[in-house]
Design a protein around this ligand. Structure first.
Ligand code: DHB
Ligand code: FE
Length: 290
């Protein structure tokens, strides 16, 4: 269930809104519950608990701190912020393990705000955006190839990103459903050309339990500005990734630990004199595992 609240004008998303939507989107994606082999549950759950007991001993955690943790964990559930918590503080390590051996373009975390089924667009397209969309024009172009260099015609570049205020359509009120989301199909040479605007850095909602943890620990709540992408082609492994902007704020201190040097774009002023920046970034996909 995605809510479209176009009557709301104040762009003041609450953690509970984005949390509830992120939870629903995850449930839709997951479909039937994944079953994990009991032996594997035993192995991983035991190791996880032992790691935690180690922290308790090492840090001499008190009953007052244990109660604070209990109360906080309960509120994460009440706020619907489990998807946000997990994708900010856990997913990066899962992604590293999952894709360590995969050749081709680097991936990084998906995060909680991907929605399948975005509008299908031609190889050169402007992402759906409001008539008065604020933000610096940005041209993102490139080619999708197999790791052996073969261009991949008909590949899909599924892109989603925040607006100039750092908000995502379907997770903040007042933004049209598919704003700054689209699925581009590459041309005969595997090329794509996407006209959009530059997103702003993203701040984890500060009014929910994840925000409370950040405040209590005196961390900052920001992710650097980023584009999210899922790049796929028949017979190849899908790459889920993000691209960042050289010189952007929070690149070195991403709260979600999801920046990699290979993923930092270096845009330049538009060569044709049009307003804004452009960048070329090519993707290389690994052949699917047999
Ligand atoms: C979160 C948000 C993002 O935009 C992202 O890329 C990763 C994580 C989050 O709020 O959990
Ligand atoms: Fe994001």
């Amino acid at each position: 269930m995605t809510q479209q609240l176009e009557h709301e004008t104040a762009a003041d998303p609450r953690a509970a809104d984005s949390g509830a939507n992120a939870t629903q989107v995850f449930r839709n994606k997951q479909g039937q519950a994944t079953s994990v082999d009991p032996q594997r549950v035993d192995e991983v759950a035991t190791a996880a608990l032992e790691a935690l007991w180690g922290v308790i001993r090492e840090k001499q955690v008190t009953y007052a701190e244990y109660d604070a943790l209990k109360s906080w964990l309960i509120s994460v559930g009440e706020d619907g912020e489990w998807p946000l918590f997990l994708d900010v503080w856990i997913e990066h390590e899962i992604e590293q393990v999952a894709n360590a051996a995969r050749p081709g373009s680097k991936g990084t975390i998906e995060g909680p705000y991907y929605v399948p089924g975005a509008p299908e667009l031609a190889a050169e397209a402007t992402l759906p955006m409001r008539d008065d969309e604020v933000g610096r024009p940005f041209l993102f172009q490139g080619q999708v190839r197999s790791v052996d260099g073969t261009p991949l015609a008909g590949a899909t570049v599924d892109i989603w990103h925040a607006d100039d205020a750092g908000y995502y359509a379907q997770f903040a009120p007042g933004i049209p459903e598919w704003n700054l989301r689209g699925r581009i199909t590459t041309d005969a040479e595997g090329r794509f050309k996407i006209h959009t605007i530059q997103p702003a850095p993203y701040q984890i909602p500060t009014d929910g339990s994840c925000g409370k943890l950040i405040a209590a620990a005196d961390w900052h709540a920001w992710r650097p500005a980023h584009l999210h992408l899922k790049v796929s082609a028949p017979g190849h492994e899908l790459v889920t990734t993000q691209l960042y902007f050289d010189g952007g704020q929070y690149l070195d201190t991403d709260i979600a630990s999801a920046v990699k040097p290979e993923l930092v774009l270096q845009p330049t002023p538009r060569a044709d004199g049009a307003e804004g920046e452009e960048v070329t970034y090519d993707f290389e996909l690994a052949p699917a595992q047999a």
